[in-house]
Write a protein that binds this ligand. Structure first.
Ligand code: BG6
Length: 472
């Protein structure tokens, strides 16, 4: 559909950028922080761990000053659970509270809206040792942790995200390092964990509304439209099945407080229906998100799959598409270009995804991740000419504006990432940031910050409220 007149971005649009605690902070064992599952994650040999990351814990003032110079209206970051509760529960670590107070105050000083993710992959290792999300006690631990955050930061934080990418943790937990690889991690176990996360999320949403009536809270899954590989009805059906399991399962639970019927019949077929206790569904129904935050990188393409086909994990390191014999089979989309790391690039798919979310849930939408992970070159004179990143972001922002013209209530765009950080499993050479961090995988160099060309470009985009996307 082509619009005669494209609508402008709303006046108070949240132009932002994102990070997560363990990927940017470093200081993995400082000031009383406990171990998280990310601190014990077995990394591939050729990439760095998260111990120093971008050293944001020590350099947050300098970083926030740069965010302010870029003109960010919002900064989406996560709180490290084990800085607040080193063991997941029990004694509060005051130094952890102090750090986030300083960070939030610094943001507020520059009028940057903090958008806080309560939990972004880094479960306390002490809880993991007790079964992690398989153990129902983790639901209470999460609620208690969320309560502490609302108590301490609720006066200044008005946008909260519950759990980052619950769907990716369930589907690709081993790649992301969030599940215990020594466990069997059967589907039955994983969907039980997912049920517990739904409960934890619902309890946090209910609590947030009680404790901070003027705050807004929502889930933050990874959502993307799913294309059928052909118009063959079986392929279209497979795309619907995959979308019900990958996307709607997570949002139907968060928004409507129910399991969708396709997901439920998939559970029955696979013997993995979660154990639901009396009262659980009432809790899910009572919790109402104020908006949907979501991360978008690419669409996926699937077709029908014969039940007798062998299971094959396809592109696990790249696009994270799975084959499930009898349900769906992942394909490459021949119409799309790819990044240096093999991720398909699909700006139009973002418009499609926004439309689908809008039609299904009728809630305000907030993009909390979208960006290009690739190699950057530091040139003479401290210059990084990342025109490819500008091109990528420009095309996605154009599609956001078209989606707004389609009637989607989009309230903000927070690309990944505000500053270079360590990728989930592919190191720091896979860079996403507007700000370069001078380090390599294993050589920490001087960790100095250098604005990239995209930094100055995004500054102009924000200053013009999305009207000027030109690259000059
Ligand atoms: C999202 C995560 O899945 O994608 C981020 O929320 C992650 O934590 C981002 O960094 C990009 O993925 P990757 O694997 O390139 O780091």
């Amino acid at each position: 559909m082509q619009h005669g007149r494209i609508k402008p971005f709303p006046k108070h649009f949240l132009w932002g950028a994102s990070t997560s605690a363990y990927q940017v902070e470093g200081a993995w064992n400082e000031d009383g922080k406990g171990l998280s599952v990310m601190d014990v994650f077995q990394h591939p040999k050729d990439v760095t761990d998260f111990k120093v990351a971008s050293d944001h814990y020590h350099r947050y003032k300098e970083d926030v000053a740069l965010f302010a110079e870029m003109g960010l209206k919002a900064y989406r970051f996560s709180i490290s659970w084990t800085r607040i509760y080193p063991n997941g529960v029990g004694e509060i670590n005051q130094k952890g509270i102090d750090f986030y107070n300083r960070l939030i105050n610094e943001l507020r000083k520059y009028k940057i809206e903090p958008i806080v993710t309560i939990y972004h992959f880094d479960l306390p290792y002490a809880l993991q040792k007790k079964g992690g999300w398989s153990n129902r006690e983790t639901v209470d631990a999460f609620e208690n942790y969320a309560k502490t955050l609302f108590e301490n930061f609720g006066d200044r934080v008005k946008y909260w995200l519950t759990i980052n990418e619950q769907n990716m943790m369930i589907l690709f937990g081993e790649v992301l390092g969030v599940v215990d690889r020594s466990m069997k991690n059967t589907k039955k176990e994983l969907y039980q964990q997912s049920h517990h996360m739904f409960l934890a999320q619902a309890k946090a949403m209910i609590l947030c509304h009680k404790m901070i009536p003027d705050a807004k809270i929502g889930p933050a899954p990874n959502i993307s439209s799913i294309y059928p590989i052909s118009p063959k009805p079986e392929d279209v059906l497979a795309a619907h099945t995959f979308s019900s399991l990958r996307n709607w399962l997570y949002l139907d639970a968060a928004v409507f407080g129910r399991y969708n019927s396709v997901a439920w019949s998939y559970f029955e077929k696979n013997g993995c229906t979660p154990m639901i206790q009396d009262g659980d569904m009432e809790i899910l129904k009572e919790a109402k998100p104020d908006f949907i935050a979501f991360n978008y990188y690419n669409t996926m393409t699937v077709g029908a799959s014969n039940p007798s086909e062998a299971t094959k994990n396809k592109n696990v390191d790249q696009q994270m598409v799975l084959d499930e014999p009898g349900f769906y089979k992942g394909y490459e989309n021949p119409n799309l270009d790819k990044t240096a790391f093999g991720w398909e690039i699909d700006p139009v798919g973002l418009r499609m995804t926004l439309r689908e979310l809008n039609e299904r849930y009728h809630l305000p939408l907030l993009i909390t991740e979208n960006g290009l992970g690739t190699y950057d070159t530091l040139e003479e004179g401290d210059v990084i000419n990342d025109d490819y990143r500008i091109e990528y972001l420009k095309k996605h922002i154009e599609q956001c504006q078209l989606a707004i013209s389609d009637g989607v209530n989009l309230i903000g765009y927070c690309p990944w990432s505000a500053i270079d950080l360590v990728s989930t499993h592919q190191g720091i050479s896979k860079r996403y940031g507007f700000i370069y961090v001078n380090r390599d995988e294993f050589d920490l160099k001087d960790l100095r910050r250098i604005p990239k060309k995209s930094f100055y470009w995004y500054k102009k985009v924000i200053a013009s409220n999305g009207e000027d996307l030109s690259n000059n």
